[in-house]
Ligand binder design. Structure first.
Ligand SMILES: [Zn+2]
Length: 317
């Protein structure tokens, strides 16, 4: 019998779905929109219908599915339950139980999306021989994932790898999305970068090539910094410094072999990665100052790879 696994990455606007053979090669991948209305009650049924269509077209059914890995944008309890996913409209949802009810598949693992992305990058991004890796995803917010011995580290309460909330500025008065103040993502996420730039423009008398632009993006600011705009460069440098500080602190705890930088902002490539490398060396303890720091390569596919890897690990246990 032909057996497969599904890797699913549920985001706030699209769901990415991958069908994998048991030797871990990707057979097909596609996307569907995420319907978040009515507290996200359509999301799982929509996914199930979409996978069924793909399976039926091949002459298969759920009996051909050995396991389903699902990445979600929020904290996950016991690899199955979500207590709150703001982007999806979900409150308490037993994702694994619901999926089992809809599909009859019993081997289902649910994982946080940033952690899944880290695992996917480590696994299929060419780093499988590394014993430990830490990924920082610089997107609208910041995601993080810690891999040790090929396993995601979740911690006692699921908070391990939440690099976005590294407390860096004790006297900050503006709140982070989490409610507390002075966290990394307030300065170094795409949204944070834009916010800090506007803030600087209001209090700084220097002009910037971006002064008359409306609806600035992080890319605009990074491009201006690259072009030598001093205001943009200062905001960019501050973000890079805070990312590097966070990484140096992570190193003091787990001393990983590799850092991976992913997310939309990582498309800035060497300009960003080289700046992070340079600042990291300034902060990290000398024995770890040459830790490899690389740009992530899988882009939006990292989540489906990580999700399916989690469930495949269960099968091989
Ligand atoms: Zn926070």
């Amino acid at each position: 019998m032909n057996m497969y696994c599904c890797g699913i990455d549920i985001g706030g606007t699209t769901v990415k779905i991958g069908l994998f053979s048991l030797d871990s090669s990707l057979v097909n991948k596609w996307e569907i929109p995420t319907r978040t209305e009515k507290k996200g009650e359509f999301i799982l049924p929509d996914i199930v219908k979409s996978i069924e269509k793909e399976l039926f077209a091949k002459g298969f059914g759920w009996g051909n599915i050995a396991g389903i890995g699902i990445a979600v944008p929020g904290p996950v309890i016991e690899n199955q339950i979500v207590t709150r996913c703001v982007n999806l409209g979900w409150e308490h949802v037993d994702v694994a139980a619901e999926m089992q009810k809809l599909t009859g598949v019993s081997n289902i693992t649910v994982v946080n999306d940033a952690k899944a992305a880290a695992l996917g990058e480590w696994w299929k991004g060419g780093h499988e021989n590394c014993k430990s890796a830490v990924m920082i995803t610089l997107g609208t917010g910041i995601g993080g994932g810690v891999i040790v011995n090929g396993q995601i580290v979740s911690g006692a309460f699921g908070g391990a790898g939440e690099l976005s909330h590294f407390p860096l500025v004790p006297d900050e008065t503006e709140p982070c999305a989490c409610g507390k103040c002075g966290h990394l993502q307030q300065y170094a996420s795409a949204e944070g970068l834009v916010h800090q730039f506007y803030k600087k423009m209001r209090i700084d008398s220097r002009s910037s090539i971006l002064s008359n632009h409306k609806n600035l993006s992080a890319k605009d600011i990074i491009d201006a910094a690259r072009g030598g705009d001093s205001l943009a460069k200062e905001v960019f440098d501050d973000a890079v410094r805070k990312i590097a500080q966070t990484m140096a602190m992570v190193t003091s705890v787990i001393d990983p072999e590799l850092f991976l930088i992913g997310g939309g902002m990582s498309k800035a490539g060497d300009f960003l990665i080289d700046a992070i490398r340079k600042e990291y060396r300034r902060f990290a303890l000398f024995i770890s100052e040459n830790t490899r720091i690389e740009q992530a390569v899988l882009g939006n596919d990292a989540g489906i790879y990580g999700a399916v890897k989690c469930v495949m690990d269960n099968i091989s246990k």
